[in-house]
Write a protein that binds this ligand. Structure first.
Ligand code: ADP
Ligand code: MG
Ligand code: MG
Length: 908
């Protein structure tokens, strides 16, 4: 016989200060469901309900509708009964009806990504019962029209037919508003609402061919299945891809007793944050609307009001509303309903302390009673993320390790982007003012449709309001501008999550989608016109505004210091110039992991000497050209050594195929021939000679140094002489000379001999010496397998994971564009191996190479260079493989430092 434990629960109830689940069951109940259960336990007033698990969603995707419903039906019926008992009303009852909401909720929050239906359980008879029971006809019919609208959109597919169309139900409402000469949805009379219900149902019938479902249970199952389906909707799929969330997580479904914010002056609904999600400032803030329901605040149907008096005053200042008018027309909740505000303030404090993180909450007030409908860790900008972590740490709410772990490394990138130049801002022409919804500086060309955001390199997406459909375009655009919606609108919340500059609710903008234009007063701006947004002030500016590099805030520096305290793995940078090296050093780089010398040869004054060297027919001729290059290289190295004084600098010897350096155009070939006093034909022959079928597998890397040892000699000489020159000036240089593309032991030995020999020559000439290392790049699979042998002579290894990935997969990186995107789409690959290190395959080679190398030489220095060095997952892998350092591009150094600390904390 089955015991209670064998019986897997598909449905978890909550309400009345108790629950089947709690916040630890986030994966099973989704974030929303788990937190509703947790709030129940905490004694916070949440309407009773239940959660259908994410596992049911996964099963639904496998087995389909009928089997799934059959499987969970008994549990759902029992759970509905439980709500009925708590609420004292009955689902589908004509006299005393229970209405419910059906809400989605994945394990991570995907704001607005999936669908919700409110007021479910209404039909032509129940609405009359509801009106009689509440003695509020207007409310009953308003709820009914909302229900048809939401159910129609979410379950029956009543969406706009083309992109410049508005929602079919909105259209009907606008029509009626025009006819009745009213502006707000609160001005509809009972008769209007009844007409709307009739017209809505009619529109549904016309478009879908079916009557609107009247049976509450049919409605319920329809909504549950629609929520499951929304997990595979375009928006959710795109969001998952953007964040690398797997498709098999599924979404939970939350079914909950309705509470009504649309019962009149004494009711309302709102959204609030325990701290400022844009700046991280520790101020309670949010927005609400009187006599409103659900997403009214977020969708910006009316100008939302501020929760706190302080917020209201700040808002009035921006909106240029004077104090008298503010108090009369835009009162804060704190002023309008002080008792409710006090209760809400208590809950926000309790919840933040309980979750020990900034919370984003939803609430509804029904006839003077407060209900909390959701809490979650709030989305925030990179700057807010850092400030909140430091503030929570200082208030002792969290430990140092927790502060580091709550940060998302990739979001640090936002802190490194340019900001507007203050001088340029003073001269700027501000055309309108909106709300500072998400900080940042954006300059770009106007577009009015999300799917056209990629029309320009830098675009500003301008919408009346945004919706979840716009996500992809919002991600591409440099900035987001909306005419409607407040600080908690969809645009604002999503932009802050993306760390993207956003100005919302700029009421002065008159947007014309059909004409693709925007009017402010009598000035009109068209698609393609340049504008700038200041996300910190809400200013909308005509034209472009100059930017400057940001100053790193105090909190940012504190976080970085903290990260270094917990990480033993070093972070170096890939830099080819003193300028890049200095940038990276300011970001905390502890050395250079890769300097590519070839970049130095492409500069105009050098390419000629380089070509001469390549075209030389004799060793003597080649040496002559190399002598010209020597002082230039030496100077480059001096600059880099100086920038990184005292820190190790890994220099890679010449690597690319020579073909890349010779001229391919007739005119340049002629010039070169003249310069070198040889025939044009000779130049042409040489160019043809150098061309290869597979240059990436051709004459490159140490194969160059091994066929033209003079090149290695010259480069070594330049490095050693530069280091000695610095020594004379009292600056310590620590060169690590790296031989590229080694596949066999002998290849390494040959080069090593030349390097050490040349260095000795220089030491003898100068009668002085320095310490240096000779090592190799590990980028050919074969080298990793014979690493024990190579380590007999090599002082260090650096995994060049770009080439290593290329050769392990057999994918040419330059040609992968033809099939990689398709592979990713089809799920043949789960991620791009050139972006995220393939731990399963390429990672094994890194492990093998490190292990075998260290077997021969226990203190062998091992690092990684290549794009992966700044990617958080790959950094974690490197830490776990016991590498000494990762090396990445300068702007990723902070990300790598934080990732390294996180890896170490997680491992301990
Ligand atoms: P999202 O995940 O997009 O935020 P939600 O499921 O939270 O969607 O719901 C959308 C809106 O409906 C929110 O404003 C929420 O507070 C409101 N809502 C959901 N369930 C209820 C309910 N039972 N009573 C009143 N309002 C509700
Ligand atoms: Mg929603
Ligand atoms: Mg919500």
């Amino acid at each position: 016989m089955e015991t209670a434990q064998d019986l897997k629960m598909n449905v978890y109830k909550f309400g009345n200060k108790t629950a089947d689940g709690n916040s630890k069951l986030r994966n099973l109940l989704g974030g929303k469901g788990a937190n509703l259960a947790e709030m129940s336990w905490l004694g916070i007033p949440v309407p009773a309900g239940f959660t259908i698990t994410t596992e049911v969603c996964t099963q639904y995707n496998q087995y389909g509708q009928e089997e799934t419903i059959a499987m969970i039906k008994p549990e759902v019926e029992e759970a509905i009964k439980n709500i009925e008992e708590i609420m004292g009303s009955t689902f589908g009852d004509k006299d005393n009806p229970l209405l419910i909401s059906v809400r989605s909720g994945a394990r991570v929050s995907m704001p607005g990504m999936m669908d919700t239906v409110l007021n479910l359980g209404l039909n032509d008879e129940v609405v009359l019962g509801l009106a009689a029971k509440t003695n509020n006809e207007r409310f009953a019919w308003d709820s009914y029209r909302r229900f048809i609208q939401m159910y129609g959109g979410v379950v029956l597919g009543m969406k706009p037919e083309s992109k410049d169309d508005i929602d079919p139900f909105e259209e009907i409402m606008e029509h009626l508003k025009d006819k009745r000469h009213i502006e707000l949805d609160t001005e509809f009379t009972v008769q209007d609402l009844q007409d709307l219900v009739y017209d809505f149902k009619d529109a549904v019938k016309k478009r879908t061919g079916h009557d609107f479902p009247t049976d509450p249970w049919d409605q319920l199952w329809g909504a549950v299945i629609a929520v499951f389906n929304s997990w595979n909707g375009d928006r959710a799929v795109y969001y998952r891809k953007m964040h690398n969330y797997p498709a098999d997580w599924g979404t939970a479904v939350n079914v909950q007793a309705m509470v009504y914010g649309n019962m009149g002056e004494n009711s309302g609904t709102g959204v609030c944050f325990t701290r400022d999600a844009g700046t991280g400032e520790n101020v309670f803030n949010g927005e609400y609307l009187i006599d409103a329901q659900g997403e009214d605040v977020v969708a910006g149907v009316r100008t939302p009001l501020q929760i706190t008096k302080l917020g209201s005053e700040r808002w009035a200042e921006l909106a240029k509303v004077d104090e008298e008018e503010r108090v009369a027309n835009y009162p804060s909740l704190e002023e309008k309903m002080p008792e409710i505000f006090k209760e809400l303030d208590g809950y926000q404090d309790k919840l933040e302390k309980h979750y020990r993180d900034m919370q984003d909450m939803e609430f509804t007030i029904q006839e003077g009673k407060l209900w909390i409908l959701q809490t979650r860790n709030g989305k925030r900008t990179g700057a807010a993320m850092v400030k909140i972590a430091i503030d929570l740490l200082k208030s002792k709410m969290i430990s140092e390790k927790e502060a580091l772990l709550m940060l998302e490394p990739n979001k640090l990138d936002e802190l490194l982007h340019p900001v507007f130049d203050t001088g340029a801002l003073k001269r700027a022409h501000v055309i309108a003012q909106g709300l500072p919804a998400s900080p940042g500086a954006a300059t770009g060309q106007l577009v009015f449709f999300a799917d056209e955001a990629n029309k320009y390199k830098n675009s500003i997406l301008c919408r009346i309001e945004t919706s979840p459909e716009d996500l992809e375009g919002m991600n591409i655009a440099k900035g987001i501008l909306t005419a409607r919606g407040g600080m908690t609108s969809h645009a604002a919340v999503v932009a802050r999550g993306m760390g993207k500059c956003c100005v919302s609710g700029a009421g002065a903008l008159k947007i014309n989608y059909k004409g693709r234009s925007l009017r402010v007063g009598d000035k009109v701006y068209h698609e393609g016109d340049w504008i700038s947004l200041n996300g910190s002030t809400g200013n909308i500016i005509e034209g472009k505004v100059a930017t400057v590099e940001p100053e790193l805030s105090g909190e940012f520096a504190e976080i970085m210091e903290l990260a270094d305290k917990y990480s033993k793995m070093k972070v170096r940078t890939n830099a080819d110039s003193p300028k890049d090296a200095l940038v990276a050093k300011n970001f905390g780089a502890q050395g250079i992991g890769l300097t590519r010398t070839e970049h130095m040869f492409f500069e105009v004054d050098r390419i000629r000497a380089m070509r001469e060297m390549i075209l030389a027919e004799t060793v003597k001729g080649r040496k002559h050209a190399l002598e010209e290059l020597l002082p230039m290289q030496r100077k480059d190295f001096e600059g880099i050594f100086e920038a990184m004084a005292g820190l190790p600098v890994t220099i890679r010897l010449l690597d690319p195929p020579l073909h890349e350096f010779v001229p391919h155009q007739l005119a340049t070939q002629k010039d070169l021939a003249e310069d070198m006093h040889i025939s044009l034909q000779a130049v042409k022959n040489k160019v043809a000679d150098l061309s290869e079928f597979n240059p990436m597998l051709g004459h490159r890397g140490c194969r160059l140094g091994n066929t033209y040892p003079e090149i290695t000699e010259m480069q070594t000489r330049a490095i050693i002489e530069a280091a000695l020159n610095l020594k004379e000036r009292g600056i310590e240089a620590k060169p690590e000379i790296m031989i590229p593309l080694v596949g066999t032991y002998a290849e390494f030995l040959e080069q090593e001999k030349i390097i050490r020999g040349t260095a000795q020559d220089v030491f003898d000439e100068r009668n002085d010496s320095i310490e240096f290392m000779v090592g190799t790049m590990m980028e050919i699979p074969r080298a990793t397998l014979i690493a024990d042998k190579i380590a007999e002579r090599a002082d260090f290894f650096s995994f060049g994971t770009n080439d290593l990935t290329q050769m392990t997969y057999g994918y040419s990186r330059d040609d992968a564009g033809k099939f990689l995107p398709i592979y990713l789409d089809k799920g043949i690959l789960t991620s791009d191996p050139f972006e995220i290190l393939d731990q399963e395959g390429v990672g094994q080679l890194v492990e093998i190479g490190t292990e075998r190398g260290r077997k021969t030489k226990p203190n062998l220095k091992v690092g990684i260079c290549g794009e992966h060095g700044g990617e958080p997952n790959s950094v974690e892998f490197c830490y776990n493989t016991d590498l000494d350092y990762v090396s990445c591009s300068p702007f990723r150094v902070p990300i790598a430092r934080l990732s390294a600390a996180q890896a170490q904390i997680k491992a301990s």
